[in-house]
Write a new protein. Sequence first.
Length: 358
Amino acid sequence: MFGFGKKKTQAAATATPSEAATQAPAAADAAPSGRLAQAIAERANGQQDTDTGPGFLRGLRNGLARTREVLNADIAELVTGRKEIDEDLLEELEMLLVSADVGVPATTRIIEDLAYRVKLREVSDPRGLLEAVRRQLAEILHQAETPVRQPAAGKPQVILMVGVNGVGKTTSIGKLAKQLLAEGNKVMLAAGDTFRAAAVEQLQAWGERNNVPVIAQHTGADPASVVYDALQAATARGFDVLIADTAGRLHTKANLMEELKKIVRVMQKIDPDAPHEVMLVVDATTGQNALHQAVQFNAAVPITGITLTKLDGTAKGGILFAIAERLQVPFRFVGVGEHIEDLRHFDADTFLDALLAS
């Protein structure tokens, strides 16, 4: 997924399932150079810094304003005038973290660790609390980091996008496809959301905008059939990445979750390793409900990455820590605005800089 350094290619125009499946394989480009896994590695090594520049940090800080007021300003007020860290201070800090949507399990672990460090006198100054809290939050994010699985040689990397209606899933697909094209990948989309009115047309509009093929059938068609056709076509034509949309199902509807499992089973008839990434898209403004969604989707089809959208001034970004603590699933992207460039690779340290800076 998300490659860097590849030779840029011109993607084909939107195709129907029958046309795409019967087209002769395209001439192979140079071997894919890592896609998402390499992208993450390069960013970790400082080879790519476009996502962490001043503009992005500024946008992220704006998006995290609500949570930063709690974790930064309120903690600063909490320790003002205090000479030592006592039980009352830790209890107040605990309430602040919970109110920022960090979640009870993560908050409990942070407070217990702080209490232990205070006992050992590793943390003795109340004003050092913010840095100690930051270290704990960083640990939660870093321990959830895992590499993205790569496809076998000659196979496309399959990204299965899941999530409830209204979280920005289809829009995120369009933005991601644009980034992948810019990185030199040949990208195909699969319109697997055949239930929602105009969902197919919305994805096709993104396909036309990005000049990438979209495999689609009529509204109400079997989603698994659509995805099967798309993966067959992407494999035959030598595409690097296939991004499959799915219906925005309620995470509480068992029959819809079973349909998601069916899509995975059908994919694996062509490639036993597919999907290589199950990307859950969640809305940052929904708070603890985003955690409930993540838990339910993960039970149906184990998710391997998360995109957090709508990280604006009304969002409680602390939910990110609650999800990471509960599921140990890495965040791949954050959305901080409406523009294509506002979907950015997630970097834990940059996120914490934006969250905890004064």
